[in-house]
Design a protein around this ligand. Structure first.
Ligand SMILES: Cc1ncc(COP(=O)(O)O)c(C=O)c1O
Length: 406
């Protein structure tokens, strides 16, 4: 990977923050955008801004073609079978909510079980909590072994005909831990339960193949994978999506309307009511092009290397504790840490004075962070443009911040 060339593609990396070169290590929250993606948004608004699926005029036809071309790029990116299996949403949170509201309301009943893991982001907890409350169903957690791994044997013994849905994160946004999603899906596929993968932290960083995973649903956000904000993806197997009722009602999601009734449009439009986020969907297609061009294996290997470098630096630091998985085979480029005296918010704002952007807080995973006996942690998360030199700056500045607050 030509890191120097890659960095030149991201205009924001030239920004100074508080007089220092920006060191951006908050990629798990959102990634930066390459010029190719930014230009695609400008191109749409400057040259063919128009609504899709409606007009017969030149601009509308071009907008429709570009919007649908982007869907095909996303389909190819995750190796789905059909374009119809790619539903555009606002973000992963909305994708997960669609499953809970539509599939869930139709298929989950009193005393049924839904399983998630203790590693989940709030977006993969709260929709299931609400569904279970409404349906008087049970939200259960896949147990962990003493070493903190998913306990597959115990999980096997807990599932059965009452298990309706299993929703798991592919990679924890707090710990960087990779979950054994394939094994969990294999176990789940021996029951009638559907499987949902929260791929927010995996699709942007590693090769993800929905056919190989054999999951029923997979959700992710464009803004974490070099794409614009406001565009997310719900992948679902065709037959399952086809059976599901719509989520929102209105224009574009219908095939016929009378004063009394309506018939639903075909997939994927049944789930895309109203004017969609055209520009950002097109931008996401360009983000897929960019990542594909680098190669997702290369992206992943680079991030593992930088993640490993951060871990090796923390090993020699007193007073800091890294949370979670230490083995590089089991985690990606996300490192959360705490200090025995200095509060994460002081660490975050101290680093910001030096132009280093990290995330501090509960990372939208309160139960997981609290399970470590803390209410907040600091997190550095990497992407394709981060370098070892930036990690050196981060660590040196971290030590200065520590010294100041001590
Ligand atoms: C693992 C995981 N799931 C879900 C989400 C929610 O993503 P969004 O806020 O884009 O809906 C995030 C965002 O941080 C995440 O990291």
């Amino acid at each position: 990977m030509d890191l120097e060339r890659i960095r030149k593609d991201f205009p924001i990396l030239k920004t100074k923050v508080n007089g220092n070169d920006l060191v951006y290590l908050d990629n798990a929250a959102t990634s930066q955008k390459p010029k190719l993606v930014i230009d695609s948004l400008v191109d749409y608004y400057e040259n063919y801004n128009s609504n899709v699926h409606r007009g017969v005029h030149t601009l509308s036809v071009k907008a429709t073609n570009e919007y649908e071309k982007s869907r095909s790029k996303v389909r190819e990116f995750i190796n789905a079978d059909k374009d119809e299996e790619i539903i555009y949403t606002r973000n992963a949170s909305e994708s997960l909510n669609i499953i809970a509201y539509t599939w869930g309301s139709r298929n989950v009943n009193k005393d049924d079980d839904i399983f998630i893991t203790p590693f989940e982001h709030h977006s993969n907890i709260v929709p299931w909590q609400e569904l279970c409350k409404n349906k008087k169903a049970n939200l259960k957690y896949i147990p962990l072994t003493e070493s903190g791994d998913v306990d597959l044997d115990k999980f096997k013994s807990m599932i059965g005909t009452k298990t309706k849905l299993i929703s798991i994160t592919h990679m924890s946004n707090v710990l960087g831990t990779l979950l054994p999603v394939k094994e969990i899906i294999n176990i789940a596929n021996s029951t009638p339960a559907v499987t949902v993968i929260d791929a927010c932290q995996s699709v942007p960083h590693m090769p993800v193949d929905v056919k190989d995973l054999d999951c029923d649903f997979l959700c992710f956000s464009g803004h974490k994978m070099l794409g614009p904000t406001g565009i997310g993806v719900l992948y679902g197997k065709f037959d399952i999506l086809n059976e599901m009722p719509p989520f929102l009602f209105g224009g574009d999601m219908i095939s016929e309307v009378t004063y009394e009734d309506a018939k639903w449009n075909d997939l994927p439009y049944k789930f895309e009511a109203g004017t969609p986020n055209i520009a950002d969907a097109i931008g996401l297609g360009f983000a897929c092009d960019y990542l594909k061009n680098i190669g997702m294996e290369n992206v992943w290997n680079h991030e593992i290397e930088i993640g490993e470098y951060i871990f090796s630096k923390f090993k020699s630091l007193d007073n800091f504790e890294v949370l979670g998985e230490k083995s590089k085979e089991k985690r990606g480029g996300v490192v959360s840490f705490s200090h025995n005296k200095v509060h994460p918010h002081d660490i975050g704002s101290g680093l910001d004075q030096f132009g280093v952007a990290i995330r501090t807080g509960h990372h939208c995973a309160m139960p997981l962070v609290r399970s470590y006996g803390i209410v907040a942690a600091s997190r550095a998360s990497v992407y394709i443009y981060n370098t070892k030199e930036e990690i050196d700056i981060f660590i040196n500045r971290l030590l200065e911040v520590e010294e100041y607050f001590k």
